[in-house]
Design a protein around this ligand. Structure first.
Ligand SMILES: [Cu+2]
Length: 535
């Protein structure tokens, strides 16, 4: 093999080949190897280049699936960024559709935040420059184009951003990329009979979200990975469009949560189950001793549409095989000094009421039951504000027998008259309007925002651009210890969540910040607002 070919081959294989030979020998032959996203290398001038492009992936044996990726066929590289260092990223859009790159979790000005207004036309490029002043954390980037974020993420566009700082580096946590510091991007996908990504925006997905029947970890179904003996750090991202996860180990060994969306916690928090909303990140440490392999699994969740097989029982997503080399033998007792919460007394407040148009709610759930049966309802009734009561399909008002045959997809919309499900999800009674920011926030000013899902039982992971916030209360409950640090997503599910936000950068009307549900089909159908930040 020529050296050039070898380099190409090793690059394609990513970090998997940087593992010592013995570590690969420990793995089973019949299971895919975990693909570790490569750390993006800087150009000669220190800048980075991201190419949005088409490609093919193999999710199923022998089947080529058309996918989109960043600098590759699927997903993208990880950008490692030092706090305080200037960063320049050029994004080239080689797709035949317009896209954007949103820097999820990064505190950067609105004009480079990559929301729906930061469009990059097909064939066009965009260069963004920024300097981060926020704690070490695992963030990510993904497309955020108007009404098609769900589609473009489903096709495969997403990548990680690793922010590093001196405080984090002092912790001496496992940090050998792919060896004992392992990124895991979980995404479900629905494939059609030809093995192609079967994305549809219709009344059902607008209400419930697009959910898959295959679970992928870094783009492979139930891959395996050899890790060093001792403590291993997993950087988890729930990259699903609409599916919440509940992470655990197959043998019940605990996970020690060390970081949430926007940075390290004050101290590790031991859990045996780790619910993860769409868009959320957690870093966990897990002790890998003994020769027995174990799995990272997702446990069944109670969320409409997400209860169907294979998610109706613990689903393995990664097999971990411990090898003979020693890694970290202990974990720190404490991590960072988490700043005290500022008092919320007297702060400006905002109220964000999430709602779904009753027509969309009813038609979406009817379509869900039609396609997948009662098992998909997660125990909820049709009027899901009233749990426990179940309705027979035949007794549904306006559901004639004839209408049932038309239930799939866009036909439903026509049969329902003028109702437009693309604006069926709302905040404060309005679907997203790109030309009308909802309010203005003063730069550097703390505010208390209350996001309410009262009157609606659906799960809404609510995300705010341009800030890392602190959760004061979550869905009417005190905040859990591992969710009390820096966050950019909060759970809203039938009750109120209160967050303490502050925006350090500016965002004007032309490039407003977004606040939205991170169930991507809710976002795409209106559950989003723009807001500005002024000096
Ligand atoms: Cu939502």
């Amino acid at each position: 093999m020529h050296r050039r070919d070898f380099i190409k081959w090793t690059t394609l294989m990513g970090a998997a080949t940087t593992l010592p030979g013995w570590s690969r020998l420990a793995l089973a032959a019949d299971r895919p190897v975990l693909q570790v996203p490569p750390i993006l290398k800087a150009n000669f001038d220190g800048s980075f280049t991201l190419n949005l492009q088409r490609g093919q992936s193999q999710f199923l044996p022998g089947v080529n699936t058309e996918t989109w990726g960043v600098n590759g066929s699927l997903l993208g590289p990880a950008l490692r960024i030092q706090r305080g260092e200037p960063v320049k990223v050029t994004i080239n859009n080689h797709l035949d559709v317009a896209s954007t790159v949103h820097w999820h979790g990064l505190e950067i000005p609105g004009d480079i935040d990559g929301g729906p207004q930061g469009v990059i036309a097909p064939g066009a490029s965009r260069t963004v420059q920024f300097q981060l002043d926020q704690p070490a954390s695992t963030c990510w980037f993904h497309p955020h184009p108007h009404q098609t974020s769900g589609y473009q993420v489903a096709m495969g566009l997403a990548g990680l951003v690793l922010i590093e700082d001196t405080e984090g580096n002092k912790l001496q946590l496992p940090s050998r990329w792919g060896v004992d510091d392992i990124p895991l991007i979980f995404q479900d996908k629905r494939l059609n009979d030809a093995g192609q990504i079967d994305y549809k925006m219709d009344v059902m997905t607008a209400a419930i979200g697009w959910f898959g029947d295959h679970m992928l970890t870094n783009g492979a179904v139930y891959p395996q990975h050899g890790v060093s003996r001792g403590w291993v750090r997993l950087r988890l991202l729930n990259g699903c469009n609409a599916r919440s996860l509940n992470i655990a180990t197959s043998d019940g060994r605990p996970l020690y949560v060390i970081a949430s969306d926007g940075g390290f916690l004050a101290e590790p928090v031991k859990v045996t189950e780790l619910p993860m909303l769409m868009g959320e990140r957690f870093e966990v440490l897990v002790e890998c001793q003994g020769n027995k392999p174990f799995d990272i699994v997702t446990l069944p969740v109670k969320q409409m549409g997400m209860t169907l097989a294979p998610f109706d029982q613990p689903l393995p997503m990664l097999r971990i095989q411990t090898t003979l080399t020693m890694g970290a033998e202990s974990i720190p007792d404490t991590l960072i000094n988490m700043p005290e919460l500022v008092s919320a007394d007297g702060l400006p407040t905002r109220w964000l009421q999430l709602s779904m148009d009753p027509q969309l709610d009813q038609q979406g759930m009817t379509a869900l039951m039609e396609r997948y049966g009662h098992g998909a309802m997660a125990g909820m009734s049709m009027d899901h504000g009233d749990a426990g009561k179940s309705h027979d399909m035949a007794s549904m008002p306006g559901m004639s027998h004839d209408a049932h045959g038309d239930m799939a997809g866009m036909d439903m919309q026509k049969s329902a008259g003028k109702f437009d499900f693309m604006s069926g999800n709302k905040i404060n009674g309005k679907a997203y309007d790109m030309n009308a920011p909802a309010f203005d926030v003063k730069q550097g000013q703390h505010e208390k925002w209350t996001i309410s899902g009262e009157g609606d039982m659906m799960l809404h992971p609510f995300h705010i651009h341009g800030t890392q916030f602190r959760i004061l209360s979550e869905n009417g409950q005190p905040v859990a210890a591992h969710r009390a640090g820096w966050k950019d997503i909060v759970r809203v599910e039938g009750a109120r969540s209160e967050v303490l936000v502050r925006f350090n950068h500016l965002a004007d009307k032309r490039q407003a910040y977004m606040a939205h549900c991170h169930l991507l089909e809710h976002e795409d159908t209106g559950m989003m607002l723009g807001f500005t930040v002024s000096a």
